[in-house]
Design a protein around this ligand. Sequence first.
Ligand SMILES: [Ca+2]
Ligand SMILES: [Ca+2]
Ligand SMILES: [Ca+2]
Ligand SMILES: [Ca+2]
Length: 244
Amino acid sequence: MRYLAIFFMLFALLPAQANSLADSDLDGVPDIDEENIYYTNPEKRDTDGDGYSDYIELNSGFSPLNADPIKLENCDTDSDGLSDRMELNFHTNLTNKDSDNDGHDDGVEINNGYDPLDNSGAKLEKRIEINLGAQELSYFLGGVRMDSFSVSSGKTGMYTPIGHYKVDGKSIRAWSSYGLWMPYWMSLQNGYFGIHELPEWPDGTKEGENHLGKPVSHGCIRLGVGPAEFLYNWTPVGTGVFIY
Ligand SMILES: [Ca+2]
Ligand SMILES: [Ca+2]
Ligand SMILES: [Ca+2]
Ligand SMILES: [Ca+2]
């Protein structure tokens, strides 16, 4: 038993080693992270001089580089169209517009699906996830969640199937056998079901405008006006869709 106790003590010591990285200003953020991730001053606890340490700002979601109380998602230090929050998520340089020096700003690369850390023109993987319990669709670029939209999925008895699918076709306007148009249609399982904007009756009236967030469809995933068109244009055929 004594050996076992020593064994566990050794493991208990390991996390302490991870915290022994140099931290010159003792603000809780290691020098190496201040220099390479957050671009804060490793010699100054409060880089922007607003009275809050870099550590406190980062842990409460505020920019440690801006003395105004601005959240990381609303701050774009290098004005490249990508927020500081997203720069941290994508591991890009939040003080350099063009992290991979290929002539295209980070924000432009992300908006067009390119890898802002690869100057060979490589694209990042796109993925869509639909959480039926939350009635929410999220889309991901390179593993980073970009945004989420409220949806309406299948009602009781006409449940939206769960599982892994791929977008296998697209149409600006598809006709449903229920007698409705489905704008911005993205087909799953060869059209067995799909993702589309709130459906439209032939007279132009929209169906289910107050139903986003509630499962009332015939099995499809309905998106609101705006998000449906955006996602249609963002999503290439072949994009993975994970429904759970
Ligand atoms: Ca520090
Ligand atoms: Ca500060
Ligand atoms: Ca930026
Ligand atoms: Ca670039």
